[in-house]
Design a protein around this ligand. Structure first.
Ligand code: ACM
Length: 731
């Protein structure tokens, strides 16, 4: 059986540094298969020239003219995306062997590269644990670096990290002068930082070489720099820098060593990167899929059959066994972090204990349709679960507001559940059978916000679509429009919104006809909008009062006390149900969860539980080691700054204002304080020792001790009695 397959790689242009290796890996796999099975692959190779337009043209030609069913290749996300119209039109499949931003689930694409939670997140977590909370982001200027960095921003926001600056360079750029002058200034003004690079192609070697020349004393961390670029830049420029990947050439498994030997025997001494291994795997997976359907005569539905066969295929290759997840068409992947050694090899310095499932980020404005379809399947990321009084009070206001047409403003930190409360209001209102449209005002550029909200007529501006466009207000007609991050709305745009809220009528851009809309507005902000009001403020007073008839303020997770464990249990139960497991949290994990400050709130907790759930593999009990590094090590770091002398119960505190014992310390600080004084204690003695230490610190002041411990005076008295800590009565 002869099967034509289309190989689409960049064999020229800025990406050729990877594309040439991918082609060699594909040809090696094809040779193996053709020598050992009746299936014979006939590769038809096209050079995409590092250009998405050429990639699409070649894909069209291969699928329409040559009759190829399956394409393998592409590196840049822009190339992959350019192929989508071709895949839609022809029903052909693409096996995409490159890491990417993970914001896509196309039915005709199989994604073999890592997505951010399998690579970028573990790397960031490792970096803030071991290096710095400060980051400078650099990338090539196209979709993958920009989308990845917006996720990096979200991740760092959740864990209290900081982005000092963000820079993008054109593809193929070789000069970075202005950037290095900025960076040198940062070296002198900042205590330290990590440079996170998503620069691709030929620019990578130039960038690292310049970095070396500038003697910047901090490492570069990258999810994309691989053995290919390292070989080009040279050991001197590469040594000490860090990359993450599911695969390193230096992996010492028998399978990998055999593969490396086979490859170098055929092609000479060449560095082997993750994309090359994924391409090799792609060909093998395809061969296995074809062998599953070989008994079925060729028919028009063959592409569908290949797709179904691919969904359940696994292959044991250079990086171990890979399995195609049938639902997402992505792989579960190992996460590894490697450092370049003195031989120029990426040597693993950290590895996940097992493969991590892919997680998707689909909540963007351009994916409204996906959000819509999730309406009947509420997002479990943030759940309305808990017993905290302030949280329940907010929920009660939401319940009352749902039965009225009035506007609602929800405020609270990122990850406190604002969108979920908005959905709750929508679902509990008479509008529940119409659309709930969530929009993030910060993700739409200011100049586009008007056309996105109100739509436009054909010819309204250069580049306007034929037939015009309907805006979010019209889409939400009869339902609810959730305007998240409303504080980011440009002040110039606010009068237009105010008028629509007051008059319930819109004009499309370039249109003269008034259109009536019946939309309930729920707005949300993580800023205190009230402080933004005023003549020089960034938010209009009149709009503020219009959108905040009801105001719900959601508490931070660290202020919700016992809700931390209630929510952790809730997320664990969801994961147990979905994965048919029966896992439990160990007591140590529960203590760590209670001690952590949760700057990313419920979303951070949900991610931490999910991470620990999968990393605990077959263990029933989730242990501290399974938690993300930054959650676990935060406690250890806090403890290192706080000397606990257990013999005489004295706590001396070094240089850390979290340890401030002022009675106006907020509950989050109290949590951290509690963390410090309890971490090194055996669990069974923890409460007693914490009480002893707080009494020592406060000079046996019951009110202050109760406050520090986060318990009422009466509870503390009961505990004092229980542990026999009450002072003898004076005679
Ligand atoms: C990429 O553009 N996905 C590397």
């Amino acid at each position: 059986m002869i099967k034509k397959i289309g190989l689409l790689f960049s064999l020229s242009g800025t990406i050729a540094v990877v594309g040439e290796g991918q082609l060699q890996a594909a040809l090696l796999a094809i040779e193996e298969i053709n020598q050992s099975s009746i299936l014979q692959f006939e590769p038809i190779t096209r050079d995409t020239k590092s250009d998405p337009v050429i990639a699409a043209k070649e894909a069209h030609d291969l699928t329409k003219e040559v009759g190829v069913d399956v394409l393998i290749g592409c590196y840049m996300s822009s190339e992959r995306n350019a192929l989508i119209p071709v895949l839609n039109q022809t029903g052909s499949l693409l096996i995409y062997p490159t890491l990417y931003e993970g914001e896509q689930l196309h039915p005709n694409i199989f994604y073999l590269g890592a997505v951010p939670n399998q690579q970028v997140e573990p790397l960031l977590s490792w970096a803030i644990t071991n290096l710095s909370y400060n980051f400078v982001l650099v990338g090539s200027d196209y979709i993958y670096p920009r989308s990845t960095n917006s996720q990096v921003r979200q991740f760092l926001e959740n864990v209290g990290g900081k982005i000092l600056a963000e820079y993008y360079f054109p593809l193929g750029c070789e000069k970075f002068d202005y950037f290095f002058s900025d960076l040198n200034e940062m070296v002198h003004t900042q205590p330290g930082f990590v440079l996170f690079s998503t620069i691709v192609g030929t620019s990578v070697a130039h960038f690292y070489q310049e970095y070396k020349k500038n003697n910047i004393p901090f490492p570069i961390l990258s999810p994309i720099t691989s053995e290919r670029e390292i070989r080009i830049m040279g050991i001197d420029a590469a040594q000490g820098h860090i990359s993450t990947s599911p695969y390193f050439e230096s992996i010492e498994s028998e399978k990998n060593q055999k593969f490396v030997k086979m490859f170098t025997t055929k092609f000479g001494d060449q560095p082997i990167s993750r994309e090359m291994v994924s391409t090799y795997e792609a060909i093998h997976l395809l061969s296995l899929a074809y062998s599953k359907i070989s008994s079925v005569p060729y028919s028009k539905e063959q592409k569908e059959r290949v797709k179904i066969a691919l969904k359940n295929t696994s292959f044991n290759g250079p990086r171990g066994k890979i399995i195609v997840d049938p639902t997402t068409q992505h792989l579960w992947q190992w996460s590894r972090i490697g450092k370049v050694n003195s031989k120029g090899e990426l040597k693993s310095i950290w590895s996940s204990p097992g493969p991590i499932p892919p997680r998707h980020y689909l909540a963007r404005v351009d994916q409204i349709i996906v959000s819509e379809s999730r309406l009947n399947n509420p997002d479990p990321v943030v759940s309305l679960v808990g017993v905290d009084k302030i949280f329940l009070k907010g929920l009660n206001v939401a319940r009352i507001a749902a039965n009225t047409p009035a506007s609602v403003l929800i405020t609270g930190d990122t990850g406190t559940g604002k969108e979920l409360v908005a959905r709750f209001i929508h679902d509990a209102s008479t509008r529940r059978n119409n659309s709930f449209i969530p929009i993030s005002c910060s993700s739409i550029p200011g100049e586009l916000l008007g056309s996105e909200l109100f739509g436009y007529e054909e010819g309204a501006f250069t580049g306007a679509k034929r037939g015009g466009k309907i805006g979010f207000f019209e889409m939400a007609n009869g339902g609810t429009l959730f305007l998240d991050e409303i504080g980011e709305m440009p002040i110039g745009q606010q009068p237009q919104l105010l008028r629509v809220v007051e008059e319930k009528k819109i004009y499309k851009l370039g249109g003269h006809k008034q259109i009536s809309v019946d939309v309930r507005i729920i707005a949300a902000s993580n800023k205190n909008l009230f402080t933004e009001l005023g003549n020089l403020g960034s938010f209009r007073r009149d709009l503020y009062y219009r959108i905040s008839v009801f105001h719900i303020e959601l508490p931070r997770l660290c202020e919700r006390g016992d809700d931390i464990l209630i929510l952790a249990g809730h997320f664990l139960a969801l994961l147990n149900a979905t994965n048919r497991k029966d896992k439990v949290l160990s007591k140590e994990v529960e203590n760590i969860l209670m001690m952590h400050n949760w700057p990313g709130n419920i979303r951070e907790l949900s991610n931490a539980i999910e991470y620990a759930f999968y990393l605990s593999l077959d263990n029933i009990k989730i242990l501290p080691d399974h938690l993300p590094q930054h959650v676990f090590s935060n406690i250890v770091n806090i403890n290192n700054n706080c000397l606990v002398d257990e013999r005489n119960h004295k706590t001396s505190i070094i240089n850390n204002n979290f340890c401030d014992t002022k009675s106006n310390a907020n509950p989050c600080e109290r949590n951290a304080y509690f963390a410090r004084i309890t971490h090194n204690m055996k669990i069974k003695n923890m409460e007693e020792k914490a009480i002893r230490q707080s009494l020592d610190l406060t000079g046996f002041n019951i009110s202050k001790s109760a406050f520090l411990l986060g318990m009422g005076r009466n509870t503390l008295y009961r505990r004092l009695k229980k542990y026999n800590l009450l002072p003898p009565l004076k005679s």
